[in-house]
Design a protein around this ligand. Structure first.
Ligand code: PLP
Length: 411
């Protein structure tokens, strides 16, 4: 095919061959995959894309694989839902939810990055795949790696929600629970990746892995009828998803699939782990690491690998960032559920609560078209809602008992 050029250092611009490497030997900058957009422009038309299977692979020329897709053939092309009930509640006119709680085999957007990463790991000839995870990535590597016949190691913080641990264990990977937070897990995994020839999806093959997130951006544009929205609100952990949605929009402009690009990118974080939004509010691109303390465990990265690049994308696009408390996160989850019938995990609560705040602040205009990225399914983090839901009515199996409750307790 030949749509890929090379890897390139994001800092000094030095070029490298397409190998399982991730950091510049000279300046330690992160490496990024480069494409031949002139070639892609000639083959990847709207017609070609729309005639393909509805999965993330319909944009394959803009993904960093050389052969056929091998892993995660069903991932992607999740619904873009017009959220009129929620819009009314938030007093805006044009609101959409990009709903990554469904369709994906493991019910989070991480199936996008893992489908690409494991296809690439197979191309490179790895027999063992691994990851440092805040939860969802472990599910995805465990499941897709099982189907692909790969040996799997997933490393997680030991304090993860019990239901999130079971949701990895069921696929029988090697689950390693580390006594520490995500940043400790990541540091350990970098050491392990230096010693063992394993494909750590978010370490040594991160340049390829991260490209998978672009598909969320491609889908938003296609599903809006080939135009970019005015605003996108993205929950941020490492900051990679936000950076890659922005890259996706710019690529579609570059190859002529959209004309105008006037989108503002907004970062959403929890108050208990807000290194990216803190930097944005302070008007700096220097990320000061924090010690995470929030119920939004899937976003609990205190030292975000792509935090700097997220602030650059936000600044370039004219966007902003906000953070919300744990209680606001729970209210966000409940608001989305009761208005749109979508059950999101804590990260989605962060995105909804931040959107509400940005609208109230006037940073998101009431007539503008806004897309909120809901990235993971709420069945994975039910613990977060315990004590915060409506009560259950317990009755005897007879009509009198029901009507008793109906009269006294239900208004
Ligand atoms: C990993 C994750 C994110 C953010 O990912 P980054 O690319 O690291 O910023 C958002 N939402 C959910 C549910 C996640 O699991």
């Amino acid at each position: 095919m030949g749509y890929l050029k090379n890897l390139k250092c994001r800092e000094c611009g030095r070029e490298y061959p397409l190998e399982p490497i991730y950091v510049c030997e000279f300046c330690f900058g992160p490496l990024e995959v480069m494409y031949d957009y002139n070639k892609i422009k000639n083959v990847l038309t709207k017609e070609v894309i729309t005639n393909r299977v509805k999965s993330l692979w319909r944009y394959r020329e803009l993904l960093p694989i050389e052969g056929e897709p091998q892993v995660g053939l069903e991932s992607g092309f999740t619904p873009l839902i017009r959220a009129d009930n929620l819009a009314k509640e938030l007093k805006v006119k044009n609101l959409y939810i990009k709903d990554d709680t469904v369709v994906h085999p493991t019910l989070s957007f991480k199936d996008r990055v893992v489908s690409v990463a494991l296809t690439k790991a197979k191309e490179f000839g790895f027999d063992t795949v691994a990851c440092a995870s805040t939860g969802n990535l472990a599910h995805s590597v465990s499941a897709h790696g099982a189907k692909a016949g790969l040996r799997r190691f997933v490393f997680i913080p030991a304090t993860l929600e019990p239901s999130k641990i079971v949701a990895s264990l069921v696929y029988e990977p090697n689950v390693v629970a580390v006594d520490g937070n995500y940043d400790d897990v990541n540091r350990l995994c970098t050491e392990i990746a230096n010693k063992y020839r394993w494909a750590f999806v978010n370490i040594n093959i991160r340049p390829f892995y991260a490209e998978g997130s672009k598909t969320q951006g491609f889908e938003i544009i296609e599903q809006l009828g080939w135009r970019a929205p005015d605003n996108v609100v993205v929950p941020c952990a490492s900051g990679s998803l936000l950076t890659k949605i922005w890259k996706a929009f710019k690529e579609f402009k570059e190859i002529g699939l959209i004309g105008e690009l006037n989108t503002k990118m907004f970062a959403a974080q929890a108050f208990g782990c807000n290194p990216i939004t803190t930097a944005i509010k302070a008007g700096t691109d220097i990320i000061k690491p924090v010690k995470p303390n929030t119920i939004a465990k899937s976003l609990a990265i205190g030292n975000p690998a792509d935090g700097y690049y997220a602030t650059v994308a936000i600044k370039e696009s004219g966007g902003w960032g906000e953070d919300v408390t744990d209680l606001e996160i729970i209210e966000g989850i409940k608001l989305l559920a009761k208005t749109e019938g979508i059950f999101s995990e804590t990260a989605g609560g962060v995105a909804i609560a931040v959107t509400k705040k940005l609208i109230e602040q006037g940073k998101i205009g009431r007539d503008e078209l806004t897309v909120v990225c809901i990235t993971g399914n709420g069945l994975k983090t039910q613990e977060a809602l315990s004590g915060h839901t409506k009560q259950v009515y317990y009755i005897k199996p007879n009509l009198i008992s029901f009507e008793d409750v109906l009269k006294k307790e239900i208004s």
